[in-house]
Design a protein. Sequence first.
Length: 416
Amino acid sequence: MMQDDWIHVCYAMHDGGGFAKYVGTSMASLLANTKARVALHLLHDATLTEEDRAKFSALVSRYGARARIAFYLLEQLAAERIAYLTREIAGMAESRFGPAALYRLLAADVLPKDISRIIYLDADTVVNLDIAALYAERTGENGFAVCREDVVTRSLPAPQYLRTAGLVAGGKYFNSGVLLIDLAAYRHCVHDVLAGGVQLLRKCPECFCYDQDILNFFFAEGAADLPLRYNDFVVSARRVGEREIKPHIYHYAGKALDVMATEDAYNRLFVHCFAQTPWYDAAFLMRLTEHLRTAYESRKKTLARMTDLAAGRMRQLYGSAAMEPAVCDAFALRAGESYRIVVDAAGELVVGRLIAAMKEKRDGLHIFFFDGYDALAPHLVRAGFEKEKDFFDGRIFLPAGSGGWQLSGTDLFDGL
């Protein structure tokens, strides 16, 4: 631990709407699980509102003298760096990770020079252990300690260009969502990392994890390995059947949070931590109620419209062989109506077969029970059919357990 006896933890954020509550949830989980003194450092841009800034301060103030937070407005503190990165990296602002993904590269520039060690955490993490344990870990010869992608994904990492191109050894590629960094070492090379990172992205446009690819290119070799407990991917934990919550840092990357799946232990853990933040208030509950009411009213309108359209028309149903029993159980087919199998054994939609069947019964009402409705709709419109007049997504009629439509808890929480 540092001589000043504070554990320093850094977050970065660009708020396109509702993002602050994720950062706040991670901070709340961290502070609730340690007795150590924690200094939080939030790298942000002008998208941080005064309301959210006040909520961050209120959250930290609950822990008295053992917690503090500092804010770093990067447009002021690192204006030239930000302008350089924005100018040189095409699509930085529009990338699926947002510009905040690159802000962590600037930590060594803007944090006080007397801070020699820092933990970086992504916003979509829940800290279910004492953060002091991570802070006490050893860094590698290059000043980094990391969790490798093979570890966090349980040996099923997403394809990464640096790995496939041989620029980073496969087993060395790491996830940048949890990092332990020796800032003294990093400050010696930060300029080379930024300039070299820009050059890397120019030469390798296939790299889409901007900051992660840059950090891997420079630090994968020589970084110390951290165990799974410091960066446990929720989607991977679910995939291998782990249901018990452990003293881990859980990473909800890949839209792993679904607040509507209330039986899931990982969702319950996140919601429990969120409920400890100032973002969980009366206004949040009212927004939640309004979202649910809007979804309910929209569904009623869809059902009413479809009932009107079905009057006097033959219903033609389409889906997979696996869906047929549930669909036919929900629909009492009349003479002239049928269920057509248009999804093959591999789960792929046979579009040609679907369109041919629809043209055969052009005057019918065509109801679909398969994924990809929104992507398919434009093709059917070009074939002469009218969306939500000639064809519908029928999964709205089925229970979720039978493959029916359900409100996305991920999208719901994002929008609140």
